[in-house]
Ligand binder design. Structure first.
Ligand SMILES: *Cc1c(COP(=O)(O)O)cnc(C)c1O
Length: 239
């Protein structure tokens, strides 16, 4: 075993242990929570090792890095999640490899994703990114719609061909009333998810929680956690 492989295996085992123990504390089954490993800034060789270690979901946040990595790993059976702020001029590229776009936060993106998916003959899952600290009519600093815009965007995704409404995603806010209160933030997201599922029963994905707060997300009811640093190490640069 190479040194890198041993390190990733150990980190992965630790994260797995954290998820399992959070599930146990919350009275949830382990298989209710899917681990997505955020491989941004790390090379395709790491993605390959992670796949060997059993990881099946990976996430990226920049198309420039993600596109060549996805090509280099095209032989692996992996679900690729796109979790970064997405410009419409990158949509065509992202729609070529992503299975799920978790950062849908405006109508223009919905129509661009739909057009690209139809053109590419693919079906794309879409999560609406919610900015819990955004005021009505605004977007969050790190992307996301204000909560009162969820339903309108959800309806737009449902109506558009080539894309499928998967559910909701959030990043715990650094500012506003939820700053430092991850558990409360994720519980709020779950309330929005329950409301969404009232109108769109299949939109049952709830993506929340990262390396520092995955326990809070699992306790609140998240179905997907997105973990980077705790598996791959501290990123060499911002991303
Ligand atoms: C980078 C990133 C993560 C992972 O963060 P870590 O703290 O490294 O676990 C999760 N979600 C999004 C949207 C990210 O950009």
């Amino acid at each position: 075993m190479t040194e890198r492989r041993a390190q990733l295996a150990a980190n992965l085992a630790q994260v797995e242990e954290r998820i399992a123990s959070a599930c146990a504390s919350a009275g949830r089954e382990r298989d209710e929570v899917t681990l997505i490993v955020v491989t941004k800034t790390y090379p395709a060789s790491d993605v390959r090792i992670l796949h060997e270690l059993g990881v099946r979901h990976v996430a990226e946040n920049r198309d420039q890095d993600a596109a060549p990595k996805a090509v280099a790993c095209a032989d692996l059976s992996l679900t690729w999640h796109f979790v970064g702020q997405l410009q419409t001029n990158k949509v065509r590229s992202v729609a070529g490899y992503a299975d799920v776009v978790q950062s849908v936060d405006r109508a223009k993106l919905v129509s661009a994703l739909s057009a690209a998916a139809v053109k590419g003959g693919r079906e794309l899952g879409c999560l609406i990114q919610v900015a819990l600290d955004a005021e009505s009519g605004e977007r969050g600093d790190r992307g996301g719609v204000a909560p009162d815009a969820i339903e309108e965007l959800a309806a737009a995704v449902e109506a558009a061909p080539g894309i499928r409404l998967g559910g909701l995603m959030t990043v715990a806010p650094l500012t506003g009333p939820y700053a430092g209160r991850q558990r409360a933030a994720f519980e709020r997201l779950m309330e929005f998810s329950s409301r969404l599922r009232g109108n769109h029963p299949a939109a049952n994905m709830v993506s929340a929680g990262m390396s520092a707060d995955l326990e809070d997300a699992v306790a609140a009811g998240a179905t997907h956690v997105r973990v980077g640093t705790a598996v791959l190490g501290v990123r060499p640069r911002l991303g």
